[in-house]
Design a protein around this ligand. Structure first.
Ligand code: HAM
Length: 420
C-alpha cells in the first residue's frame, strides 16, 4: 500500500466492478442517443457565481457543500456540484439556442463534487448522467425525459423504483403560496435555524426529515391548492402523457428538491432498497434559470441520474449485468520466436475486432495458462517450438479443455467461426 489513500468520501472504480459503472452509464445514455440528444462536455469547474446564482444562494449545495476556491490568478471558481447550470451556460455561450432548432437537447456524463457528510450512497465525488432540453415549454418534453429515464432503469433490469411527481408552480402562483406557507410556518414551534430557513426558502422546510418538524407540518398549505390555471393544465398534461405511455408515477405534493431553479414539473426517482440515500435520480423544469444567469427567457427541463446509486440499486436487487467478455482469446507463446509470431497474430485478431490478450513477461507454460484462466478467455492459443515448425498453433477451449492444432494462417477464420 502507498502512503496515500483516496480522500474521505471518495472511492476508486477498479476492475472488475468498474465495468458495471461503464455499463450503467452506457445504459442511461442509450435511450438519449436515440431520442435526439447530443453529447456535451463542460469543464469540471466554473465561476463560483454561476452556481450561487443558478442553484441558489440559500441552498445547502451552495452554502455548505461547494468546493469553492480562488486561483493564483484571483479567479473565484468552484468544482461543479451539478450539471444543469454549466450545460445551460455552455449552450448560451455557444448560441445553440439561436440556431433555430428548439429545444436544444443535450446529454452529459461526468464527475460532480459536493462536500457532504459521507455515508453509503452519499459521496463527495460522484458520477451523474444527465439530460437537458433547453428552450421549449411543452409538457411532452417533460414527459419524454421521464419516460427515457424510466426506460433506462428498466433496460438495466431495475424494478423496485418509484417515480415521484409534483408541480412547483411558476412565478405567478408560487409567490402567493410561498407567503401562505410562511404564515403557517411562523406559527409553529421551530428552532431558530428552521425559522430562518422559513423566511428565506419556506418550501425547503417541507423537506425537513426530522419527525418533530414533520409532525407539525400536517395541515400545512399545499402548493397544489395554489397552482394557477396554466400550471394546473400543464401538470395535468404531463400526467396524462405519462399515463398513456404506461409509466407509473406517484403524486408527491411535498416534493420540493434541493435546488432553487425549479418551476412547475419536478420529479425524483427513488429506489426502495437503498436506505436513506434513496434518490437515484431527479430533475424538473427550470423556466427561469437562463434569465438568472444573464440569458434570454428559455424555459427548459432536465434530469440527472446518479451512477453510483444506480449501481447500488442493482446490487440491492441482486442484478448482475451481462457484460461483454473482456478477453475472448489469450495467447501463450513458448520461446522467443513463438513470441514474435504470436504477438503479430494477436495484433491481427484485435484489428479484426476479437478481444485478445497476451502472456507477457516470458512466463512458463504453467504460469501463462493460469493467466489465461484468470483472464476469463474462452480460448487459449498456445505456440511451442514444434508447432512453429509445423506452422500450426494449439487452440484450446478453456471450458472443455479440448485442444486442436490450427494452421497459423487459419487462426482468424477459425476463431471467427467459433466465436460467432
Ligand atoms: P440532484 O437531485 O442534486 O439533481 O442530483 C441528481 C442525482 O445525483 C441524485 O438523485 C443522486 O442519485 C445523485 N447524487 C447527488 N448527490 C450525490 C452524492 N453526494 N453522492 C452520490 N450521488 C449523488 C441535480 O443535480 C440536478 N442538476 C438535476 C437536473 C438536471 N435538474 C434539471 N436538470
Amino acid at each position: 500500500m502507498s502512503t496515500f489513500k483516496a480522500p474521505k468520501g471518495t472511492y476508486d472504480l477498479i476492475p472488475p466492478e468498474s465495468a458495471t459503472f461503464l455499463a450503467v452509464r452506457e445504459a442511461i445514455a442509450a435511450p438519449l442517443r436515440t431520442s435526439g440528444y447530443g453529447y456535451i462536455e463542460t469543464p469540471g469547474f466554473e465561476n463560483v457565481e454561476l452556481f450561487a446564482r443558478g442553484v441558489g444562494e440559500s441552498t445547502d449545495i451552495v452554502t455548505k457543500e461547494m468546493y469553492a476556491f480562488e486561483t493564483k490568478g484571483g479567479d473565484k471558481l468552484a468544482l461543479r456540484p451539478e450539471g444543469t447550470a454549466s450545460v445551460l451556460r455552455a449552450a448560451l455561450e455557444a448560441n445553440l439556442h439561436k440556431a433555430g432548432n428548439l429545444p436544444v437537447k443535450l446529454w452529459y456524463s461526468g464527475s460532480y463534487y459536493r462536500y457532504e457528510r459521507p455515508q453509503k450512497g452519499r459521496y463527495r465525488h460522484f458520477s451523474q448522467v444527465g439530460a437537458e432540453a433547453i428552450g421549449v415549454e411543452d409538457p411532452a418534453v417533460d414527459a419524454e425525459l421521464i419516460i427515457l429515464a424510466d426506460q433506462a432503469y428498466r433496460s438495466l433490469g431495475l424494478r423496485n423504483f418509484r417515480i415521484l411527481l409534483n408541480s412547483l408552480g411558476d412565478r405567478e402562483c408560487r409567490p402567493v403560496y410561498r407567503a401562505a406557507l410562511q404564515d403557517f410556518l411562523r406559527g409553529l414551534d421551530l428552532d431558530e435555524d428552521t425559522l430562518r430557513r422559513a423566511e428565506i426558502n419556506p418550501l425547503r422546510v417541507l423537506d425537513d426529515k426530522r419527525e418533530s418538524v414533520q409532525k407539525q407540518l400536517t395541515g400545512a398549505p399545499l402548493l397544489r391548492d395554489y397552482l394557477c390555471d396554466a400550471c394546473k393544465t400543464y401538470h395535468e398534461e404531463v400526467r396524462g402523457l405519462l399515463t398513456t405511455a404506461g409509466v407509473a408515477f406517484e403524486d408527491d405534493l411535498k416534493l420540493v428538491r434541493g435546488l432553487d431553479y425549479y418551476t412547475r414539473t419536478t420529479f425524483e426517482f427513488v429506489h426502495d432498497g437503498l436506505g436513506s440515500q434513496s434518490a437515484v435520480g431527479g430533475g424538473g423544469r427550470y423556466d427561469g434559470l437562463s434569465e438568472m444567469i444573464g440569458g434570454p427567457a428559455l424555459p427548459s427541463v432536465g434530469w440527472a441520474l446518479g451512477v453510483d446509486r444506480t449501481v447500488l440499486a442493482l446490487e440491492a436487487e441482486g442484478i448482475e449485468l451481462e457484460l461483454p467478455a473482456v478477453t475472448s482469446v489469450f495467447a501463450v507463446p513458448l520461446g522467443e520466436e513463438a513470441r514474435r509470431v504470436l504477438f503479430a497474430k494477436v495484433t491481427e485478431l484485435r484489428k479484426a475486432g476479437i478481444a485478445a490478450d497476451f502472456a507477457y513477461g516470458g512466463k512458463g507454460l504453467k504460469a501463462a495458462m493460469k493467466a489465461a484462466n484468470r483472464s476469463g478467455a474462452r480460448y487459449a492459443l498456445v505456440l511451442g517450438e514444434r508447432d512453429l515448425a509445423d506452422d500450426v498453433v494449439q487452440l484450446k477451449d478453456m471450458d472443455s479443455g479440448e485442444q486442436s492444432a490450427v494452421a497459423i494462417a487459419e487462426v482468424l477464420t477459425e476463431l471467427r467461426s467459433r466465436l460467432g
